[in-house]
Ligand binder design. Structure first.
Ligand code: NAD
Length: 373
């Protein structure tokens, strides 16, 4: 079976779906691999590196004829148009946001698997690309914030005086937030954290952060370990608590997400106005509207004396690690579905059912259907 990797075309993307190391793993299992010319260049992998790993190199047209085509970002309509009928694709899709591409996939009878739809269950941990990428992104928020701040993180006692540690305030202690806490602590900051899920308190404290406990957690609905609904009363109490903290913070990092909803706005313009001049906000949620009301997607802006960073593709700033982890996620899913002789999936199996979007000319994914139909 021939696996093809297309070069990413999205603006500011630097990742690639397979690294030379992940190519080697597929070859060992008996698959053939072909990579589009220069697909790995921005992740620091040359065509020669892939050839040395055992892959062949081909044009976009040639790669599009493979039995399985892999990407990081979703396919465009034009890319789907070039694919062979009836093949398998695996990529991030966020299918419910791209109805025209879903129609194109249906028309070509493509079995399209979406990495963002892989269920977050323990059996699928090694395929969980949302987590692998959010983890790296959480690290990068701190590095970007530290770089934009005019001060250092740790306490430093010098002959010329004592420098007090930087104060970091983090919204959301999920995958990205926990990595941001760990990174900020390693650099010597004092870290405070707010989350709607009380069970994150222990995780935050084990990393050395201080958890800001909001009273009235009964206003939060949790499902499968994720925040599903947060009441207006709870958000009001949280606002009152963080208003007093944000005035003192040097760096604010926002990673708050409520599954299936637009990002909750937790930092208002008035809160930004109350912050110290020279402080920094890194808003991770700009792709889904932003946790800060005045952040701008993919821009760094200075408003009311505060630098607000809104990069929506932080993993692309760490393409070597991001491609390495994504590559492992994607080949683990692939090997779950197939061996060298072909695909052998069971439509009712949880991981397959959770991540298969279109099949045999039909939209088969329940969540995507509920939004698009
Ligand atoms: P996650 O689901 O693991 O964590 C989100 C956390 O936010 C959860 O712990 C949840 O309880 C918490 N939360 C919900 N409402 C809150 C509130 N009102 N106050 C405080 N916390 C609240 O998600 P993740 O994988 O860590 O990703 C975090 C965010 O970053 C998402 O919006 C994701 O789309 C985004 N993301 C951005 C990039 C980027 O490059 N900018 C990369 C990866 C992920």
């Amino acid at each position: 079976m021939k696996i093809g990797v297309l070069k990413e075309t999205k603006l500011l993307e630097t990742r690639v779906a397979l690294t030379p190391d992940t190519v080697k793993q597929l070859l060992k299992k008996g698959f053939e691999v072909a990579i589009e010319t220069e697909a790995g260049l921005q992740s620091s992998f040359s065509d020669q590196d892939y050839v040395a790993a055992g892959a062949s190199i081909g044009s976009k047209t040639e790669i599009s004829q493979s039995d399985v085509v892999l990407k990081v970002n979703s396919f465009t309509e034009e890319e789907v148009g070039q694919l062979k009928e009836g093949i398998v694709t695996i990529s991030f899709l966020y299918a419910y946001t791209i109805p025209a591409v879903v129609d194109a996939l249906k028309a070509k009878k493509i079995a399209a698997f979406s990495m963002d739809a892989v269920p977050r269950i323990s059996r699928a941990q090694k395929m969980d690309a949302l987590s692998s990428q959010a983890n790296l992104a959480g690290y990068k928020t701190v590095i970007l914030g530290a770089n934009a701040l005019g001060k250092i993180f740790p306490l430093m006692m010098t002959a010329a005086g004592t420098i007090t540690p930087t104060k970091v305030l983090i919204f959301g202690a999920g995958v990205a937030g926990l990595q941001a806490i760990a990174t900020a602590k390693r650099l010597g900051a004092v870290v405070e954290v707010t989350d709607v899920r009380p069970e994150t308190k222990e995780q935050v404290e084990s990393l050395g952060g201080r958890f800001l406990m909001v009273e009235g957690v009964e206003g939060v609905k949790i499902e499968g370990g994720y925040a599903k609904e947060v009441s207006a009363e709870f958000l009001q109490k949280q606002k009152e608590l963080v208003e007093s903290k944000i005035k003192d913070a040097d760096l604010v990092i926002t990673t708050a997400l409520v599954i299936g909803k637009k990002a909750p706005v937790l930092v208002s313009e008035d809160m930004v106005k109350s912050m110290k001049k020279g402080s920094v906000i890194v808003d991770m949620a700009t792709e889904s509207g932003g946790n800060c009301s005045i952040s701008e997607k993919d821009k760094t802006v200075v408003k009311h004396g505060v630098t607000i960073i809104g990069d929506s593709n932080l993993p692309a700033l760490l393409p070597i690690n991001a491609s390495q982890l994504y590559g492992t996620n994607i080949i683990t899913l692939l090997m779950h579905l197939a061996d060298k002789d072909g695909f052998k999936w069971d439509m009712e199996e949880e991981i397959t059912k959770g991540s298969l979007i279109t099949h045999n000319g039909e939209l088969v994914h329940e969540f995507t259907k509920s939004i698009l139909n």
